[in-house]
Design a protein around this ligand. Structure first.
Ligand code: FE
Length: 222
């Protein structure tokens, strides 16, 4: 196989870098020719009724350990138009800071009542709502002692686009030293959920996280 450019292997067992290495020079696609975020969702995004509530694996199961929180917001375009029918998926670590994922080798406690992922479609006004458990911070790099502040991962899909971002929590000690936050620069403030009181006794606190696709005030996407 012809090899162009430098090969970057992910790890000692990785043998796929050939396929992931571009064969041709990279070219920048002009802004005007790039795909826009189209608020069209194919039928395969059929969500189930309780997938918005991560605090229970199913409605008949006990509540997961930790502080239940609400996360709500509106998905908007650059001009402020709400985007309906976009698929929003979230995932976060459990109360102890552990993901239910094969790559989470932290050894921290799993919670049999916390699956850690949920998804919804935005409604006609572009709104979404989740309940989840307030995530624990976790030691992302034990070798250098680097913690990740508590955060929720979000994926926004519409048409052929998929955007990934993270919602942070205000006032967390390790926010400022977080590598992602440093990368975001000024945009970091827009990725912090705004706390609000909720009369709903089933959750301790709400966080508003509006997501803006495109423009100067865009949410930071990875
Ligand atoms: Fe994470």
């Amino acid at each position: 196989m012809t090899k162009l450019g430098r090969q970057i292997g992910i790890g000692p067992t990785d043998n796929t870098s050939d396929q992931r290495t571009p064969r041709q020079r990279l070219r920048l696609i002009p802004e005007a020719a790039r795909a826009s975020f189209v608020p069209f969702v194919p039928a395969r995004y059929a969500t189930r009724a309780h997938e918005w509530d991560l605090t229970r694996i199913s409605p008949d199961r006990p509540r997961a350990t930790g502080s239940p929180i609400e996360v709500t917001g509106t998905l908007k375009t650059e001009s402020g138009t709400p985007v309906r029918n976009a698929l929003i998926e979230i995932w976060n670590a459990n109360h102890h800071g552990r993901y239910r994922h094969i790559e989470d080798q932290s050894g921290l406690q799993l919670d049999e009542n916390f699956f850690g992922m949920g998804r919804v479609l935005t409604d006609d006004d572009g709104n979404y709502r989740f309940w989840t458990i307030s995530p624990g911070a976790y030691l992302a790099r034990p070798d250098i002692g680097r913690w990740r502040p508590k955060h929720i991962h979000l994926s926004i899909s519409g048409g052929s686009s998929r955007l990934i971002t993270q919602m942070y929590f205000p006032g967390e000690a390790s926010n400022e030293s977080d590598p992602m936050a440093i990368l975001m620069g000024d945009a970091f403030q827009r990725n912090i959920g705004k706390p609000y009181e909720t009369p709903d006794i089933d959750v301790d606190l709400g966080y508003q996280f509006d997501i803006v696709v495109g423009g100067r005030n865009a949410t930071y996407f990875e």
